[in-house]
Design a binder for this molecule. Structure first.
Ligand code: XIL
Length: 371
């Protein structure tokens, strides 16, 4: 690292490095530390947005599918699978030598109701639901074996208080649905990395529950490679100390930690607490959408400082953190324009609505360079 710094300083002195901007890339700056990913919608992986696809190829060395591999997308009806968009997502990643993530196998959201019911609409029994879960995981993970490198196997199994969420998976199968999902994924692709993924693990109670859950799974020999901290953050929440402590707590169990869905909400909070539960809905009044004409310089600066502080802590834990993925590419396409309230103008990512790097991008690059 010392050596790298001297080389860089010499290059800067000789005018050999490009100014921050066009030539500078996230994946280049972080190459020695961890992978940098982005979640993609179809416009990127089908390349219908050619400039967007070019930006993704230049900047990121890992990709996640924003929706294309969720149960409702790949397996919308009991009659069968619909793999078209997922195939083109995986193809895009493989062609561009990216670390391709699968998201996600077992979740309570974006999973059709039929999954949990028999033909008469009555709740399934444990064995029948386990069989469905097995069939789904073997079909989806098996199809992309050797091409998708890591899977979010179970997404959001915990409630805010750290107990298991009362989802249909838990109600019908019981607590071991989580272990079973990992076993099936491992059976389908023994070489794939397998993740437990959740939001708000930075909050004390949920973190405690998460640590307990992962500790138990590991003790039973369940093949968990890493914990994914979704990283749906705000300017003031969570504290950097909480992020730091959360990475430390999970790494101490012997798993890696990935930041899997990073974004920073800059708009006024419209829900009672910070949440990334996609079923949360809120109304927005005029005062909750204050930046429709652009993000003022002061907020732009706060966002850049927030990103710098977050990447400082990720870099501090570079022995634990193997990937940091942003949940989207540009502010224009971010899900936070419509969550938890619809139709707002948010600025949560590193590229602006035109795909230009923001001050937050420079701040993130700056953190890597100062190592
Ligand atoms: C979001 C997508 O970004 C939206 O397009 C979709 O309408 C809802 O889901 N946690 C997750 C992601 O694990 O799958 C969610 O993605 C964001 C919260």
């Amino acid at each position: 690292m010392f050596c790298k710094r001297i080389v860089l300083a010499t290059m800067v002195a000789a005018g050999l490095t490009a100014p921050l901007g066009a030539q500078t890339t996230l994946k280049g700056a972080y190459h020695d530390f961890f992978r940098i990913g982005a979640a993609l919608g179809p416009e990127y992986f089908t390349e219908s947005d050619a400039a967007g696809a070019t930006l993704v190829k230049a900047q990121f060395d890992s990709i996640s599918p924003e929706n294309a591999l969720k149960w409702e997308s790949v397996h919308p009806s009991p009659q069968g699978f619909h793999f078209g968009p997922a195939d083109s997502y995986v193809e895009f990643g493989v062609k561009n030598h990216m670390f391709v993530i699968g998201h996600c196998l077992v979740w309570h959201s974006q999973t059709p109701r039929w999954v949990f019911e028999d033909e008469q609409g009555k709740p399934l029994g444990r064995e029948e639901l386990l069989r469905r879960m097995h069939d789904h995981i073997l079909a989806v993970v098996g199809r992309y074996r050797g091409r998708v490198s890591g899977w979010d196997v179970v997404n959001e199994a915990l409630d805010e208080d750290g107990t298991l969420r009362q989802s249909p998976w838990l109600r019908i199968i019981g607590e071991d649905y989580i272990a079973k999902a990992f076993e099936y994924a491992h059976e389908a692709d023994p070489k794939a990395e397998l993740y437990y993924n959740d939001y708000s693990l930075e909050n004390e109670a949920k973190r405690k529950g998460g640590v307990e859950l992962i500790r138990k799974l590991l003790a039973q020999g369940v093949p968990v490679t890493a914990v994914g901290l979704q990283g749906h953050y705000a300017l003031e929440w969570p504290s950097i100390e909480a992020v730091d402590a959360t990475i430390t707590a999970f790494h101490a169990l012997g798993v890696k930690v990935n930041i899997t869905e990073l974004d920073v909400d800059v708009l006024p909070r419209v829900t009672r607490t910070h949440t990334a539960d996609v079923s949360s809905r809120a109304e927005s009044g005029a005062d909750s959408n204050p930046y429709t004409a652009g993000l003022p310089a002061a907020q732009q600066q706060s966002l850049a400082e927030r990103y710098a502080a977050l990447f400082r802590v990720f870099l501090k834990h570079r022995d634990a953190v193997t990937r940091v993925t942003l949940w989207g590419v540009t502010d224009r396409g971010s899900w936070l324009n419509n969550f938890p309230a619809r139709g707002r103008t948010n600025y949560p990512l590193l590229f602006d609505r035109e795909g230009k790097p923001k001050p937050a991008f420079d701040a993130v690059i700056g953190e890597a360079r100062s190592r």
